[in-house]
Design a binder for this molecule. Structure first.
Ligand SMILES: Nc1ncnc2c1ncn2[C@@H]1O[C@H](COP(=O)(O)OP(=O)(O)OP(=O)(O)O)[C@@H](O)[C@H]1O
Ligand SMILES: [Mg+2]
Length: 250
């Protein structure tokens, strides 16, 4: 690993502590009024926004660390329930954009309730009950990061609808995120996976983002020995499909 890379990773790593202190401080002010004194409605609103943005920053730091680890070939597999993974990814996603939705997702007691809650947000979740309750053996951090990025894009580019589909054939896990937005013309199907590439960069200077999300997703999928593909055309929405091999039980 080059010195520059190490310096960069170290910088990213060292951002974690101050961010944790900021998060803990704001959380205390919001949650422990008996100790720190009551907040006005406006003060609480400001603090909640600060907290949300601290969390965004923490997520970015974790993502940067994960990409670094991944390119060094470090894979951490563990066993977890697919339901936990999907629910937590959705909570993370909504925490930043729509915290009421995040609360509703947290409160869902089963798959049917979650489908219903998401349906109200125009998100279709297609997964069968058996797979939902199944334990899988995968690198959870990487899968979460992949899902978060694909879902973020789908939220950003959809007209109205998003569909999340999850399947398995016992050897691999397949999941896809589809939206009904403008789509991506065939000539860009390779380019959008390159760092810093954004289709609408020239004509639209105020799009949020950096063109790094999909490049990161590609690295993570490949490092797990998986495959990422795209079905899309102009005006036809976009569907990103991920296939990752499931580790065999040891
Ligand atoms: N679902 C989608 N529908 C249409 N275009 C998309 C979709 N997802 C990605 N793109 C195009 O691919 C480009 C690259 O996506 P990528 O996720 O890498 O970057 P970004 O979303 O612009 O920024 P960020 O680094 O925050 O993720 C986007 O700028 C957009 O032009
Ligand atoms: Mg993105």
């Amino acid at each position: 690993m080059g010195t520059r890379r190490i310096k960069f990773d170290l910088l990213i790593h060292d951002l974690k502590t101050p961010l944790a202190v900021i998060e803990a401080g704001i959380t205390s002010l919001i949650e422990r009024s008996e100790k720190y004194g009551p907040l006005t409605e406006k003060q609480e609103k400001v603090l909640r926004r600060a907290l949300r943005n601290t969390k965004v920053t923490q997520t970015l730091v974790n993502d940067a660390m994960e990409i670094g680890r991944s390119s060094e070939g470090i894979i951490h597999t563990n066993r977890f329930l697919l339901s936990d993974l999907i629910e937590q990814s959705l909570v993370e996603l909504f925490d930043l954009t729509d915290y009421r939705a995040a609360e509703s997702v947290r409160d869902c007691v089963n798959l049917a309730a979650l489908k219903e809650t998401l349906y109200e947000k125009n998100i279709m979740l297609e997964v069968d009950e058996n797979l939902w309750c199944q334990e899988v053996h995968l690198d959870e951090g990487k899968i979460r990061q992949i899902l978060r990025n694909l879902l973020n894009n789908a939220l950003k580019y959809r007209k109205r609808l998003i569909a999340i589909q999850i399947e398995s054939n016992g050897q691999s896990l397949f999941f896809s995120v589809r939206d009904d937005g403008e789509g991506i013309p065939a000539e860009y199907h390779k380019k959008i996976f390159e760092c810093y590439f954004q289709m609408d960069a020239e004509k639209n200077h105020c799009v949020r983002g950096h063109g790094l999300g999909l490049a990161g997703v590609m690295v993570l999928v490949e490092d797990m020995g998986g495959r990422l593909s795209l079905e899309s055309d102009l005006g036809k929405g976009a569907k990103f499909l991920v296939e990752v091999p499931l580790s065999r039980p040891t």
